[in-house]
Write a protein that binds this ligand. Structure first.
Ligand code: PRT
Ligand code: MG
Length: 228
């Protein structure tokens, strides 16, 4: 049995075409079903639905053989800032180029971020991405007090909880709707295929078949995959 960990929403939706390229059809719609284990047209392949932030954990500990997860989530899970996975039990063969967005710093339109940075002010930063934010501000030489949040980051500067947020931005509409402005782009994000290293040895043929199909669909040359 091959178990693929996905999260509901954009990751699931955008992975479906890649699965199709591997001849895999998920037999139930996660938006309609309450099941957490979804069968596919291939009796030896199943999908498990987990929280986006839990995908690396499932794959690392073998609850799933492979999974699809954002580079943002991988870094916060303990990958290096370039997204590489040295030192984890995960192997990352592919950038799937789906679920693309960026991690940015945003502030209230009436907050002079440039001046605060120039003056060496201590910034209070609210984020779901403390590892990315800490590394970014440390490299800039900006002192920050980090406030960890789990969602609705946009609210923090509006309520005085923080001066700035570090959050994912895609169209920018969410920031605009909340009168926030993007003042720094920290990094580009896309979803990655991650594979359990032990599973890759034990179930090499079926996993390779899926990885190859995904690679073909993405149009990536992965002749020198990153060894974890
Ligand atoms: O939503 P939930 O709390 O259940 O989990 P999650 O937010 O971790 O999952 P999900 O499905 O929302 O995101 C999964 C992955 O999709 C993320 O880890 C990213 O790698 C990727 N992704 C791509 C995004 C976006 N684009 C995105 N725009 N994840 C979130 N957003 C959010 C963003 O946080 C902000 O609230 O969308 C809003 C901004 O969008 P725009 O278009 O208004 O700029
Ligand atoms: Mg979300």
């Amino acid at each position: 049995m091959i178990t693929l960990a996905l999260s509901k929403g954009r990751i699931f939706e955008e992975t479906l075409p890649l699965l199709a390229a591997a001849g895999i059809t998920v037999l139930e719609d996660p938006e309609k079903s309450r099941k957490l284990i979804l069968p596919t047209n291939q009796p030896d392949v199943r999908v498990v639905l987990v929280r986006a932030t839990d995908v690396p954990t499932y794959v690392e500990y073998g609850g799933a053989d492979l999974g699809v997860t954002g580079k943002d989530t991988l870094i916060e899970h303990g990958a290096n800032q370039d997204g590489s996975l040295r030192g984890t039990g995960l192997y990352q063969p592919l950038d799937l180029r789906i679920a693309r967005c960026r991690v940015s710093v945003a502030v209230r339109a009436d907050f002079d971020y440039a001046q605060a940075v120039r003056q060496g002010a201590r910034l209070r930063v609210a984020t779901k991405y403390p590892a990315i934010a800490r590394e970014f501000f440390a490299a800039k030489g900006v002192h920050v007090d980090m406030v960890k949040l789990y969602g609705s980051m946009e609210l923090a500067p509006l309520t005085g909880l923080a001066d700035a947020i570090v959050d994912l931005v895609s169209t920018g509409n969410t920031l605009k709707a909340n009168q926030l402005v993007e003042v720094e782009r920290i990094m580009d994000i896309s979803a990655r295929l991650v594979v359990n290293q032990a599973a890759l040895k034990l179930k090499q043929a079926p996993l390779r078949r899926i990885i190859d199909a995904f690679a073909g669909a993405v149009g990536t040359d992965y002749t020198s995959p990153e060894a974890a």
